[in-house]
Ligand binder design. Sequence first.
Ligand code: ZN
Length: 122
Amino acid sequence: MSKLKAKEAKEIKEKLLKERELIVQKLNGNDLSIDDSETPDPVDLAVRNYSKNVMLAVSENESRQLALIDEALRRVEEKEYGECQNCGKEVNPKRLSAIPWARYCIDCQQLVEQGLLDEETA
Ligand SMILES: [Zn+2]
């Protein structure tokens, strides 16, 4: 597949949007609606802060994935979907079906994981 067919683009978009929805729901679920009206004792407070930090770490991952999904959606619109954002080669369709928001081909992904590729400027 060199260029996406309209039908494929639609399917990918739906898949991405569905995934996006799930993450948004998850993020909303992380909204710690702690009742701060009562005066918590110090131990209680520590536990709360701890779980808050854990939640924040989770949110960071999700937010990052959200950004990747938005990026992938944009690539679908711009008909660039399926191209590696580093080398411009076609990303393996199997890889895309497993990770629809993948930015890179396997080779470049390995470079990213080894810290050999600067993700932000790629
Ligand atoms: Zn590549």
